[in-house]
Design a protein around this ligand. Structure first.
Ligand code: GTP
Length: 369
């Protein structure tokens, strides 16, 4: 312990976290044009609500949100955090400082002493891992940083993180076709406060490319806590839809989804006779689902309208967007206030930008051609 009695590190005592939410979320465009990724409606609430509620249930008492892109929206959404039983504070980066720079910038608001553990979370991760066990490993090893590692079937898509027999991280390796381990960085860290203060201030720093390799190089203790509980990075449209559906279905328990089921229909939505909603579909507030349509494993934002006889699967329908009668959508993103006319078929990752009208009736052929 640091001797600073404000934030002791034992169980049941105050524990601080930094939540990294400053990214632009480009892989989720066009959904992230108007709203940052961590605030996208997910299983009926802003995505971060799941992370905040879970952090609180794991003993976190105070969170500093490291914001940059559309900063003001975070405080508007979560205020002082009292509804989660948390104390929230917000810091802003005028220019995004990267993951390490964002953590360093947020440190100015921490109250923890130099020897206290501080949890750091990427703001786009759904995880059911045992955070108290990760903290326990960190304390016992007296580590500078302890990373949550998850084992994946396709490690070549990620950088990988080998460990020795004592779970000490031996390297932080870039993406390669032949990874030496299937363990990857899961985006939840426990730092000893003093290791945060050692990150250079006022410039862009990447924890993955700079901070972790430098800690390992200099012989500091970096531990890898392996836990294969539910884990998902919701950075792409497919993963975002999957995450929302998994929460609705109860595949990952969330304190803010009290009753899991096949679908979640928010207040003020209208579902007409014969419509079927399955696979963890969310129907946003004020949305309208037409007669005899089927919606499977999809996310419909507030005010979305689906015509009768439509078939929607694995898709996101933006706020106040509409889809015409008998149209088929599979694995697509329809931006806010966009309109897809009747009897269309869109598949395979197609993205319709906000406000776009996609309607056969709007296509006109010139008689001169
Ligand atoms: P993409 O543009 O789609 O890659 O998404 P992203 O901008 O969110 O980047 P990435 O998924 O790599 O970010 C991981 C986490 O770090 C997310 O929660 C981001 O919000 C956060 N993050 C990324 N860059 C910054 C930054 O410069 N500052 C802060 N404060 N957070 C960041």
């Amino acid at each position: 312990m640091s001797g600073d009695s404000r934030v002791p590190s034992g169980a049941g005592e105050p524990l601080e976290a930094i939540l990294l939410v400053g990214g632009r979320g480009t892989r989720l465009r066009p959904l992230t044009i108007s709203i940052p990724k961590p605030l996208l409606p997910t299983a009926g609430v802003p995505f971060l609500a799941h992370q905040l509620a879970r952090a609180a249930s794991c003993g976190v008492t105070r969170v500093v949100l490291a914001t940059s892109y559309r900063s003001q929206m975070f405080a508007e959404c979560f205020g002082d955090g009292s509804s989660f039983g948390l104390e929230l504070d917000y810091v802003h980066e005028e220019e995004p400082l990267g993951t390490g720079g964002g953590i360093r910038n947020a440190a100015s608001r921490l109250r923890s002493g130099p020897d206290d553990p501080v949890v750091v979370l990427n703001g786009d991760i759904l995880s059911g891992h045992d955070l108290p066990a990760q903290l326990d490993m960190h304390r016992k090893a007296d580590a500078a940083v302890t990373l949550h590692l998850v084992e994946v079937t396709d490690p070549a898509r990620f950088g990988c993180v080998p460990t020795d027999d004592n779970q000490r991280v031996t390297a932080f390796l870039e993406k390669t076709p032949n990874p030496v381990t299937n363990r990857i960085n899961a985006g939840c860290y426990v730092y000893t406060r003093r290791a945060i203060d050692e990150i250079p201030p006022g410039r862009v720093v990447s924890v993955e490319r700079e901070t972790f390799p430098a800690l390992i190089e200099s012989g500091q203790v970096v531990m890898g806590y392996v836990d294969n509980a539910y884990w998902l990075d919701v950075g792409t449209p497919e993963a975002f839809v999957r995450g929302s559906c998994d929460l609705v279905l109860g595949r990952l328990a969330s304190p803010v989804v009290p009753t899991p089921g096949e679908s979640l229909i928010l207040p003020g939505a209208t579902v007409y006779a014969g419509a079927t909603l399955t696979g963890g579909t969310v129907v946003g507030a004020g949305a309208l689902i037409g007669r005899d349509s089927t919606v499977e494993g999809s996310v419909l934002f507030d005010g979305a309208t689906i015509g009768s006889g439509a078939r929607i699967r694995g898709s996101v329908i933006g706020r106040d967007a509409s889809v015409g009668n008998n149209t088929v959508l599979d694995g697509v993103v329809i931006g806010d206030e966009a309109h897809v006319g009747a009897r269309n078929e869109l598949r395979g990752g197609l993205r319709v930008w906000p406000g776009i009208e996609l309607d056969p009736l709007s296509i006109r052929f010139s008689t001169d051609e």
